[in-house]
Design a protein around this ligand. Structure first.
Ligand code: G6P
Length: 471
C-alpha cells in the first residue's frame, strides 16, 4: 500500500492527555490516518521571526508529522489575511465580511510555494498526496511546477457557494481557478459539488460527457461529493465509557435535575451563536414553564482572535449572554453557561450523552462533525434530540434531526420546546435513523471512497480513458 501524505494548514502533533484542536478537519484527518502509514505536513501553529527552512519531524504511532513555523508576515498575510479574511467569509456566503488586499494574496501564494519547497523534499515516488482545505488551494500547481507527478487530491472541508459568490473572490485565476491542478477535488455535499461544477462551466471549462470530469487549459480534473464522517462505533463506545466519570457526574450533579441543552462550536460568525442565543432567550420568554428547568451549556473555544470580525463577534456574544443571564437568572440558576475553552474527546462525549438536546445551528457549515458525534454518543434507549440547521452540510444526511432555519428565531425556539417535550418513541425512531446513516458513512468510508476515486482518476488519465470522454 502506498504511503498517504496529508497536507493541511494546521497540524497538531498529538500529545497524550491533551484535547485535539477544535475543528472538523483535525478530527477527520486524525481518524483517516489511523491504521495507515502516513506523513502529515503543515504549519506547526507557531510564529517565528526566523523560521527554519526544514520542517520539524516527530513520529507518533505509524504517522510521521512534519511541521513548519510561519514568519509573522506569512502568518498575517496568508493565514489572518487571504485565507481567513477573504476565502473563509466568501465560501461561507459572507461576502459582506471579506477584506481583500493584494499583499495578502501575495503572502498566500508565497506560503503555498514555501510548503511545496519543503514537502517536495519529503516525498517518495509512490506517495499519494491528499491536500486539505481552503488555505492550500494553489498547492498542487506549486508541486507540479517542482516536478511532482504523484496523484494529488484536494478536499474542501468548508462550503462551496454558488458561482456568483465565488466570482467575488478577487483575482481568482490565482486562487480558486488553480484547483484544476489537482486530479480529484472533493466537496462535502452534492450542493457544494454542483456549485463548483457550475462555476467551472461559467469559467469556460469543458465538461465531460458523463458530467464528472472537467478540462481546463488542457488539464483534466474530476470533482465529487464525499461527506466526511466520524469513527462512529468508537465514538459510541467512548460515550458509554464517559457516562459516569467524575467529570460527567460533577456536571450532572451541578444541573440539579434540570435538562441540558448543549452547544459546542469554535467562536466563529459562521456558527450562528448570536442567533442561537436570541432564540434561547425567546424560548424562555415565551415558555415560562421551562424557566429554571433547562440550562444551556455553550462550549466555545476562541479562535482567530487577531481578526477584527472575530473580536467583534466575541463582544456581541459576551453582551448577549450577560444580558440573558441577568434577565432570566436566579440566585441558584444561571440559564447560560458560556465557556471559552475546549474539552477533551471523552469529556465532550460524556456531555453529549447526558444532553436533552444539542443545538447545532450554524448559519453555514461545510459538514459539522459535532452533529454526528452527538448522534453517536446517544443512549439508543433514551436518546437526546439533535436540533440542526438546514445550512449545515450534515443536514443532507441527518434529515431525522429537528431541522431549523437559524434565521427564524421563533422557529428555533419552537424546536427547543419540541425537543424537550418529544415522546420517547419519537426520539428513539429519529435516533435510530440518524445512527444508521452515520454508521454506514463513517470516517473509513469517507477516506476509502475518496482515495479509491483518486486512484481510479489517475488510472483513467494514464490510459487516456478520461480524455476520450471529452471527444
Ligand atoms: C475549520 C477549518 C479547518 C481549521 C479549523 C480550525 O474546521 O475547516 O481548516 O483548521 O476550522 O481553525 P483554525 O483557523 O484555528 O485552524
Amino acid at each position: 500500500m502506498s504511503r498517504l501524505v496529508i497536507v493541511s494548514n494546521r497540524v497538531v502533533v498529538p500529545e497524550p492527555g491533551k484535547p485535539p484542536p477544535p475543528g472538523g478537519l483535525a478530527v477527520a484527518v486524525h481518524a483517516a490516518l489511523k491504521n495507515r502509514e502516513g506523513l502529515w505536513f503543515g504549519w506547526s501553529g507557531k510564529v517565528d521571526e526566523d523560521p527554519n527552512v526544514e520542517p520539524t519531524i516527530a513520529v507518533r504511532d505509524n504517522v510521521t508529522y512534519a511541521v513548519t513555523d510561519l514568519s509573522s508576515a506569512d502568518y498575517q498575510e496568508y493565514y489572518n489575511g487571504f485565507a481567513n479574511r477573504v476565502l473563509w467569509p466568501i465560501l461561507h456566503y459572507r461576502v459582506d465580511l471579506a477584506e481583500f488586499n493584494r499583499s495578502d494574496l501575495t503572502g498566500y501564494l508565497r506560503v503555498n510555494g514555501l510548503f511545496a519547497d519543503q514537502l517536495t523534499k519529503l516525498l517518495e515516488p509512490d506517495d499519494v498526496i491528499w491536500v486539505h482545505d481552503y488555505h492550500l488551494i494553489p498547492l498542487a500547481r506549486e508541486l507540479r511546477q517542482r516536478g511532482v507527478n504523484n496523484p494529488i487530491g484536494f478536499f474542501l472541508h468548508i462550503p462551496c457557494p454558488p458561482p456568483d459568490l465565488l466570482f467575488t473572490i478577487p483575482r481568482q485565476e490565482m486562487s480558486l481557478g488553480v484547483l484544476s491542478y489537482y486530479d480529484l477535488v472533493g466537496f462535502q455535499t452534492e450542493n457544494d459539488r454542483m456549485n463548483y461544477g457550475r462555476y467551472l462551466v461559467a469559467s469556460k471549462a469543458t465538461v465531460s460527457r458523463d458530467g464528472t470530469a472537467y478540462s481546463i487549459d488542457g488539464r483534466m480534473m474530476r470533482i465529487g461529493a464525499f461527506p466526511v464522517g466520524i469513527e462512529t462505533e468508537d465514538y459510541a463506545e467512548l460515550a458509554i465509557q464517559a457516562e459516569n466519570t467524575a467529570f460527567s457526574n460533577e456536571v450532572r450533579g451541578s444541573l440539579a435535575d434540570r435538562k441540558l441543552f448543549l452547544g459546542v462550536d469554535r467562536l466563529d460568525y459562521s456558527k450562528g451563536l448570536v442567533h442561537r442565543l436570541e432564540a434561547f432567550g425567546h424560548f424562555l420568554e415565551t415558555e415560562p414553564t421551562w424557566v429554571n428547568r433547562v440550562t444551556l451549556l455553550q462550549i466555545t473555544p476562541k479562535s482567530r482572535e487577531e481578526i477584527p470580525e472575530y473580536s467583534d463577534m466575541s463582544r456581541d456574544v459576551n453582551e448577549l449572554v450577560g444580558g440573558l443571564n441577568g434577565k432570566y437568572g436566579e440566585a441558584a440558576w444561571t440559564p447560560i453557561r458560556y465557556i471559552n475553552r475546549s474539552y477533551s474527546r471523552p469529556e465532550l462525549a460524556g456531555l453529549f450523552r447526558q444532553s436533552a438536546a444539542a443545538l447545532v445551528t450554524p448559519l453555514r457549515d461545510g459538514m459539522n462533525l459535532v452533529a454526528k458525534e452527538f448522534v453517536a454518543a446517544q443512549d439508543p434507549n433514551d436518546p437526546g434530540v439533535l436540533i440542526l440547521s438546514q445550512f449545515a452540510g450534515a443536514a443532507a444526511e441527518l434529515d431525522a434531526a429537528l431541522i431549523v432555519n437559524p434565521h427564524e428565531t421563533e422557529g428555533m425556539a419552537a424546536a427547543m420546546k419540541q425537543a424537550l417535550e418529544m415522546s420517547l418513541d419519537e426520539r428513539r425512531d429519529r435516533q435510530a435513523r440518524m445512527f444508521a446513516s452515520i454508521a454506514r458513512h463513517n470516517i473509513n468510508w469517507w477516506a476509502e471512497t475518496f482515495l479509491a476515486k483518486l486512484a481510479d482518476t489517475r488510472r483513467s488519465f494514464l490510459i487516456g480513458q478520461l480524455r476520450s470522454l471529452f471527444t
